[in-house]
Design a protein around this ligand. Structure first.
Ligand SMILES: *Cc1c(COP(=O)(O)O)cnc(C)c1O
Length: 362
Protein backbone atom coordinates (compact mmCIF):
# COMPACT_ATOMS: atom_id res chain seq x y z
CA UNK A 1 0.00 0.00 0.00
CA UNK A 2 2.84 2.41 0.74
CA UNK A 3 4.34 1.93 -2.71
CA UNK A 4 0.97 2.21 -4.42
CA UNK A 5 0.40 5.71 -3.09
CA UNK A 6 3.76 7.09 -4.20
CA UNK A 7 3.55 9.76 -6.93
CA UNK A 8 5.58 9.39 -10.12
CA UNK A 9 7.38 12.12 -12.02
CA UNK A 10 5.61 13.34 -15.14
CA UNK A 11 8.37 13.87 -17.69
CA UNK A 12 8.11 15.88 -20.91
CA UNK A 13 6.71 13.43 -23.45
CA UNK A 14 9.10 11.99 -26.03
CA UNK A 15 8.55 13.37 -29.54
CA UNK A 16 7.58 9.98 -30.95
CA UNK A 17 4.84 9.56 -28.36
CA UNK A 18 3.31 12.96 -29.13
CA UNK A 19 3.50 12.24 -32.88
CA UNK A 20 1.57 8.97 -32.35
CA UNK A 21 -1.01 10.57 -30.08
CA UNK A 22 -1.75 13.53 -32.35
CA UNK A 23 -1.57 11.77 -35.70
CA UNK A 24 1.59 13.41 -37.03
CA UNK A 25 3.26 11.21 -39.68
CA UNK A 26 6.65 11.52 -37.94
CA UNK A 27 8.46 13.78 -35.51
CA UNK A 28 9.78 16.20 -38.13
CA UNK A 29 6.84 18.58 -37.74
CA UNK A 30 7.15 18.69 -33.96
CA UNK A 31 9.10 21.08 -31.77
CA UNK A 32 9.87 19.99 -28.24
CA UNK A 33 10.65 22.81 -25.83
CA UNK A 34 9.60 20.85 -22.77
CA UNK A 35 12.61 19.33 -21.03
CA UNK A 36 15.29 22.02 -20.95
CA UNK A 37 17.45 20.10 -23.38
CA UNK A 38 20.20 21.78 -25.39
CA UNK A 39 18.59 22.34 -28.77
CA UNK A 40 22.00 22.80 -30.40
CA UNK A 41 22.47 19.09 -29.82
CA UNK A 42 25.58 17.45 -28.40
CA UNK A 43 29.01 18.89 -29.14
CA UNK A 44 30.43 17.55 -32.43
CA UNK A 45 33.37 16.28 -30.39
CA UNK A 46 31.01 14.33 -28.16
CA UNK A 47 29.38 12.84 -31.27
CA UNK A 48 32.76 11.67 -32.56
CA UNK A 49 33.51 10.15 -29.17
CA UNK A 50 30.17 8.30 -29.21
CA UNK A 51 30.88 6.86 -32.66
CA UNK A 52 34.27 5.63 -31.52
CA UNK A 53 32.71 4.29 -28.34
CA UNK A 54 30.04 2.27 -30.17
CA UNK A 55 32.51 -0.40 -31.26
CA UNK A 56 33.33 -1.36 -27.67
CA UNK A 57 29.79 -1.53 -26.32
CA UNK A 58 30.14 -5.28 -25.70
CA UNK A 59 32.34 -4.39 -22.73
CA UNK A 60 31.15 -3.25 -19.32
CA UNK A 61 32.03 0.35 -18.50
CA UNK A 62 34.63 1.51 -16.02
CA UNK A 63 32.41 1.85 -12.98
CA UNK A 64 34.84 4.30 -11.43
CA UNK A 65 34.72 6.65 -14.45
CA UNK A 66 38.51 6.92 -14.17
CA UNK A 67 39.36 9.23 -17.09
CA UNK A 68 36.37 11.47 -16.64
CA UNK A 69 37.07 11.67 -12.91
CA UNK A 70 40.70 12.70 -13.48
CA UNK A 71 39.74 15.31 -16.03
CA UNK A 72 36.93 16.82 -13.98
CA UNK A 73 39.03 16.86 -10.81
CA UNK A 74 41.74 18.78 -12.65
CA UNK A 75 39.26 21.22 -14.17
CA UNK A 76 37.42 21.85 -10.92
CA UNK A 77 40.51 21.92 -8.71
CA UNK A 78 39.32 19.08 -6.46
CA UNK A 79 40.57 15.59 -5.67
CA UNK A 80 39.24 12.59 -7.63
CA UNK A 81 37.77 11.38 -4.30
CA UNK A 82 35.54 14.48 -4.26
CA UNK A 83 33.50 13.17 -7.21
CA UNK A 84 30.62 10.73 -7.48
CA UNK A 85 29.00 9.79 -10.80
CA UNK A 86 25.42 8.87 -11.57
CA UNK A 87 23.18 7.90 -14.46
CA UNK A 88 22.09 11.52 -14.53
CA UNK A 89 22.38 13.70 -11.47
CA UNK A 90 18.93 12.42 -10.54
CA UNK A 91 20.49 9.10 -9.60
CA UNK A 92 22.72 10.91 -7.13
CA UNK A 93 19.63 12.46 -5.52
CA UNK A 94 18.43 8.90 -5.02
CA UNK A 95 21.79 7.92 -3.44
CA UNK A 96 21.29 10.84 -1.06
CA UNK A 97 17.91 9.39 -0.12
CA UNK A 98 19.43 5.97 0.54
CA UNK A 99 22.12 7.39 2.80
CA UNK A 100 20.39 10.18 4.67
CA UNK A 101 16.63 9.70 4.62
CA UNK A 102 14.20 7.44 6.37
CA UNK A 103 11.13 7.54 8.60
CA UNK A 104 11.46 10.27 11.21
CA UNK A 105 13.68 12.47 9.03
CA UNK A 106 12.81 15.39 6.78
CA UNK A 107 14.13 17.45 3.92
CA UNK A 108 13.75 21.20 3.58
CA UNK A 109 13.04 22.55 0.11
CA UNK A 110 11.39 25.50 -1.62
CA UNK A 111 7.80 24.74 -2.51
CA UNK A 112 8.42 25.26 -6.23
CA UNK A 113 11.84 23.68 -6.50
CA UNK A 114 12.63 20.60 -8.60
CA UNK A 115 10.00 17.90 -7.98
CA UNK A 116 12.43 15.01 -7.83
CA UNK A 117 13.58 16.04 -4.32
CA UNK A 118 10.03 15.60 -3.09
CA UNK A 119 9.57 12.25 -4.81
CA UNK A 120 12.81 10.85 -3.46
CA UNK A 121 11.94 12.01 0.06
CA UNK A 122 8.56 10.27 -0.21
CA UNK A 123 10.15 7.06 -1.47
CA UNK A 124 12.33 6.94 1.63
CA UNK A 125 9.41 7.86 3.92
CA UNK A 126 10.96 11.19 4.86
CA UNK A 127 8.79 14.27 5.38
CA UNK A 128 9.04 17.31 3.15
CA UNK A 129 9.19 20.68 4.85
CA UNK A 130 7.93 23.05 2.15
CA UNK A 131 9.09 26.64 2.27
CA UNK A 132 7.10 29.15 0.20
CA UNK A 133 9.13 31.06 -2.35
CA UNK A 134 9.44 34.81 -2.54
CA UNK A 135 8.93 36.29 -6.02
CA UNK A 136 9.49 32.77 -7.40
CA UNK A 137 12.94 32.61 -5.75
CA UNK A 138 14.28 30.59 -2.82
CA UNK A 139 13.65 32.35 0.49
CA UNK A 140 16.86 31.30 2.20
CA UNK A 141 16.05 32.95 5.55
CA UNK A 142 12.75 31.10 5.75
CA UNK A 143 14.47 27.86 4.73
CA UNK A 144 16.96 28.29 7.54
CA UNK A 145 14.13 28.83 10.03
CA UNK A 146 12.37 25.70 8.71
CA UNK A 147 15.23 23.39 9.66
CA UNK A 148 14.45 21.03 12.53
CA UNK A 149 16.54 18.49 14.44
CA UNK A 150 15.08 15.87 12.06
CA UNK A 151 16.30 17.66 8.91
CA UNK A 152 18.95 15.74 7.01
CA UNK A 153 19.05 17.46 3.62
CA UNK A 154 18.28 20.99 2.47
CA UNK A 155 17.92 21.45 -1.28
CA UNK A 156 18.74 24.63 -3.16
CA UNK A 157 18.38 24.45 -6.94
CA UNK A 158 20.48 27.26 -8.35
CA UNK A 159 19.24 28.27 -10.89
CA UNK A 160 15.94 26.71 -9.91
CA UNK A 161 13.75 24.59 -12.16
CA UNK A 162 10.95 25.46 -13.02
CA UNK A 163 11.22 29.14 -11.99
CA UNK A 164 14.61 29.95 -13.55
CA UNK A 165 15.52 32.16 -10.59
CA UNK A 166 18.91 32.24 -8.91
CA UNK A 167 20.09 33.23 -5.46
CA UNK A 168 23.22 35.36 -5.39
CA UNK A 169 26.53 34.08 -4.16
CA UNK A 170 26.74 36.22 -1.01
CA UNK A 171 23.27 35.22 0.18
CA UNK A 172 24.00 31.58 -0.53
CA UNK A 173 27.29 31.66 1.39
CA UNK A 174 25.61 33.33 4.37
CA UNK A 175 22.90 30.64 4.31
CA UNK A 176 25.44 27.81 4.10
CA UNK A 177 27.48 29.33 6.93
CA UNK A 178 24.42 29.39 9.15
CA UNK A 179 23.36 25.75 8.51
CA UNK A 180 23.58 23.49 11.56
CA UNK A 181 26.09 20.63 11.42
CA UNK A 182 23.51 17.86 11.17
CA UNK A 183 22.27 19.07 7.76
CA UNK A 184 23.83 18.40 4.36
CA UNK A 185 23.30 21.20 1.83
CA UNK A 186 22.45 19.89 -1.63
CA UNK A 187 23.09 22.65 -4.16
CA UNK A 188 21.69 21.50 -7.47
CA UNK A 189 23.63 23.32 -10.17
CA UNK A 190 21.93 21.64 -13.12
CA UNK A 191 21.97 24.88 -15.14
CA UNK A 192 24.97 26.66 -13.64
CA UNK A 193 27.15 26.30 -16.73
CA UNK A 194 24.57 28.27 -18.72
CA UNK A 195 25.02 31.23 -16.40
CA UNK A 196 27.64 33.85 -17.20
CA UNK A 197 30.79 32.54 -15.41
CA UNK A 198 31.17 35.84 -13.53
CA UNK A 199 27.73 35.31 -11.95
CA UNK A 200 28.29 31.69 -10.87
CA UNK A 201 28.62 31.43 -7.06
CA UNK A 202 31.96 29.92 -6.06
CA UNK A 203 31.08 26.92 -3.88
CA UNK A 204 33.86 24.47 -4.61
CA UNK A 205 36.04 26.05 -1.93
CA UNK A 206 33.44 24.83 0.56
CA UNK A 207 33.83 21.28 -0.74
CA UNK A 208 37.61 21.57 -0.45
CA UNK A 209 37.19 22.82 3.12
CA UNK A 210 35.19 19.68 3.95
CA UNK A 211 31.94 21.51 4.68
CA UNK A 212 28.58 19.69 4.63
CA UNK A 213 27.78 20.29 1.01
CA UNK A 214 27.26 18.45 -2.25
CA UNK A 215 27.02 20.19 -5.62
CA UNK A 216 25.08 18.37 -8.33
CA UNK A 217 25.81 18.80 -12.01
CA UNK A 218 24.36 16.93 -14.95
CA UNK A 219 25.76 16.62 -18.46
CA UNK A 220 22.14 16.78 -19.66
CA UNK A 221 21.62 20.50 -19.97
CA UNK A 222 24.54 22.75 -20.98
CA UNK A 223 26.47 19.81 -22.42
CA UNK A 224 23.56 18.45 -24.40
CA UNK A 225 23.84 14.78 -23.36
CA UNK A 226 20.45 14.21 -21.71
CA UNK A 227 19.85 10.98 -23.62
CA UNK A 228 23.03 9.36 -22.34
CA UNK A 229 22.21 9.83 -18.64
CA UNK A 230 25.30 11.06 -16.88
CA UNK A 231 25.87 13.56 -14.08
CA UNK A 232 28.11 14.04 -11.08
CA UNK A 233 28.27 15.30 -7.55
CA UNK A 234 31.11 17.25 -5.91
CA UNK A 235 31.37 16.67 -2.16
CA UNK A 236 33.84 16.00 0.64
CA UNK A 237 35.35 12.49 0.38
CA UNK A 238 33.41 11.25 3.41
CA UNK A 239 30.09 12.10 1.77
CA UNK A 240 31.19 10.59 -1.54
CA UNK A 241 32.20 7.37 0.24
CA UNK A 242 28.72 7.06 1.78
CA UNK A 243 26.96 7.63 -1.54
CA UNK A 244 29.21 5.03 -3.21
CA UNK A 245 27.69 2.35 -0.97
CA UNK A 246 24.48 2.58 -2.99
CA UNK A 247 25.99 2.95 -6.44
CA UNK A 248 25.55 -0.06 -8.69
CA UNK A 249 28.92 -1.14 -10.11
CA UNK A 250 28.20 -0.14 -13.72
CA UNK A 251 25.70 2.68 -13.25
CA UNK A 252 27.23 5.07 -15.78
CA UNK A 253 27.32 3.79 -19.34
CA UNK A 254 30.65 3.69 -21.16
CA UNK A 255 29.49 5.78 -24.10
CA UNK A 256 28.25 8.45 -21.70
CA UNK A 257 31.67 8.62 -20.03
CA UNK A 258 33.45 8.99 -23.38
CA UNK A 259 30.99 11.60 -24.63
CA UNK A 260 31.14 13.59 -21.39
CA UNK A 261 34.93 13.68 -21.50
CA UNK A 262 34.83 14.98 -25.07
CA UNK A 263 32.09 17.50 -24.26
CA UNK A 264 34.18 19.00 -21.46
CA UNK A 265 36.90 19.82 -23.96
CA UNK A 266 34.52 21.72 -26.25
CA UNK A 267 34.43 25.17 -24.73
CA UNK A 268 33.27 26.63 -28.02
CA UNK A 269 30.08 24.55 -27.96
CA UNK A 270 29.36 25.74 -24.44
CA UNK A 271 29.83 29.36 -25.46
CA UNK A 272 27.52 28.87 -28.46
CA UNK A 273 24.99 27.26 -26.15
CA UNK A 274 25.10 30.20 -23.73
CA UNK A 275 24.58 32.60 -26.60
CA UNK A 276 21.64 30.57 -27.94
CA UNK A 277 20.03 30.59 -24.51
CA UNK A 278 20.60 34.29 -23.92
CA UNK A 279 19.15 35.16 -27.33
CA UNK A 280 16.23 32.80 -26.77
CA UNK A 281 15.37 34.35 -23.41
CA UNK A 282 15.55 37.85 -24.88
CA UNK A 283 13.29 36.79 -27.75
CA UNK A 284 10.66 35.26 -25.46
CA UNK A 285 10.73 38.15 -22.99
CA UNK A 286 10.21 40.61 -25.81
CA UNK A 287 7.41 38.49 -27.26
CA UNK A 288 5.67 38.03 -23.90
CA UNK A 289 5.76 41.76 -23.27
CA UNK A 290 4.22 42.36 -26.69
CA UNK A 291 1.46 39.85 -25.90
CA UNK A 292 0.95 41.39 -22.47
CA UNK A 293 1.92 38.18 -20.65
CA UNK A 294 3.62 38.09 -17.26
CA UNK A 295 6.77 35.98 -17.06
CA UNK A 296 9.45 35.17 -14.53
CA UNK A 297 12.85 36.53 -15.63
CA UNK A 298 15.10 33.50 -16.01
CA UNK A 299 18.79 32.72 -15.64
CA UNK A 300 18.53 29.25 -17.21
CA UNK A 301 17.51 27.78 -20.60
CA UNK A 302 13.76 27.98 -19.99
CA UNK A 303 11.20 30.54 -18.95
CA UNK A 304 7.94 30.48 -17.02
CA UNK A 305 5.14 32.44 -18.63
CA UNK A 306 1.71 33.15 -17.23
CA UNK A 307 -0.81 32.15 -19.87
CA UNK A 308 -3.73 31.23 -17.62
CA UNK A 309 -4.98 27.62 -17.69
CA UNK A 310 -1.50 26.23 -18.29
CA UNK A 311 -2.51 22.64 -18.92
CA UNK A 312 -5.07 23.66 -21.52
CA UNK A 313 -2.56 25.89 -23.27
CA UNK A 314 -0.07 23.02 -23.20
CA UNK A 315 -2.63 20.71 -24.81
CA UNK A 316 -3.60 23.19 -27.51
CA UNK A 317 0.03 23.92 -28.33
CA UNK A 318 0.62 20.20 -28.61
CA UNK A 319 -2.06 19.98 -31.28
CA UNK A 320 -0.07 22.56 -33.21
CA UNK A 321 3.04 20.44 -32.86
CA UNK A 322 4.68 22.49 -30.09
CA UNK A 323 5.47 20.70 -26.85
CA UNK A 324 5.98 22.82 -23.73
CA UNK A 325 5.64 21.91 -20.08
CA UNK A 326 2.61 22.42 -17.86
CA UNK A 327 3.70 23.18 -14.30
CA UNK A 328 0.52 22.56 -12.31
CA UNK A 329 2.40 19.83 -10.43
CA UNK A 330 4.50 22.69 -9.03
CA UNK A 331 1.43 24.61 -7.89
CA UNK A 332 1.66 26.92 -10.91
CA UNK A 333 -1.51 26.06 -12.86
CA UNK A 334 -1.57 29.41 -14.64
CA UNK A 335 1.89 29.02 -16.17
CA UNK A 336 3.70 26.96 -18.76
CA UNK A 337 7.46 26.48 -18.89
CA UNK A 338 9.12 26.90 -22.25
CA UNK A 339 12.66 25.76 -23.03
CA UNK A 340 14.66 28.10 -25.23
CA UNK A 341 15.40 26.46 -28.58
CA UNK A 342 16.84 27.64 -31.86
CA UNK A 343 15.62 30.97 -33.27
CA UNK A 344 13.26 29.18 -35.66
CA UNK A 345 11.85 26.96 -32.91
CA UNK A 346 11.34 29.93 -30.58
CA UNK A 347 9.55 31.87 -33.30
CA UNK A 348 7.27 28.94 -34.13
CA UNK A 349 6.49 28.49 -30.44
CA UNK A 350 5.63 32.13 -29.85
CA UNK A 351 3.47 32.24 -32.99
CA UNK A 352 1.59 29.14 -31.86
CA UNK A 353 1.17 30.57 -28.36
CA UNK A 354 -0.25 33.77 -29.78
CA UNK A 355 -2.67 31.74 -31.90
CA UNK A 356 -3.78 29.59 -28.97
CA UNK A 357 -4.31 32.57 -26.69
CA UNK A 358 -6.22 34.48 -29.36
CA UNK A 359 -8.50 31.45 -29.84
CA UNK A 360 -8.98 31.04 -26.12
CA UNK A 361 -10.39 34.53 -25.68
CA UNK A 362 -14.22 34.72 -25.51
C1 LIG B 1 17.19 18.48 -15.37
C2 LIG B 1 17.48 18.63 -13.93
C3 LIG B 1 18.17 17.65 -13.23
C4 LIG B 1 18.38 16.28 -13.79
O1 LIG B 1 19.48 16.09 -14.49
P1 LIG B 1 19.91 14.66 -14.98
O2 LIG B 1 21.38 14.74 -14.79
O3 LIG B 1 19.49 14.59 -16.40
O4 LIG B 1 19.31 13.60 -14.15
C5 LIG B 1 18.49 17.86 -11.90
N1 LIG B 1 18.11 18.98 -11.27
C6 LIG B 1 17.42 19.94 -11.90
C7 LIG B 1 17.02 21.15 -11.16
C8 LIG B 1 17.06 19.78 -13.24
O5 LIG B 1 16.31 20.69 -13.83
Amino acid sequence: PFVEQLAVYEPGRPLEEVARAFGFADVSGLIKLASNENLLGPSPRALDAMRASAAKMHLYPDGGCHYLRQELAARLGVEPANLVFGAGSNEIIEFLGHVFLGPGTNIVMASQAFLVYRLVAAAFEAKVVDVPMRDHAHDLDAMLRAITPQTRLVFVANPNNPTGTMVDGAALHAFLDALPDHVLAVVDEAYIELVDPAAQPELISRVRAGRNIILLRPFSKAHGLAGLRIGYGIAPPGVVALLEKFRQPFNVCAMAQDAALAALADEEHLVRTRTLVRDGLAFFEEGFRRLGLDYVPSTANFILVKTGRGREVFQQLQRLGIIVRPVDAYGLPEYVRITTGTAAQNEACLRALEQVLAGAKP
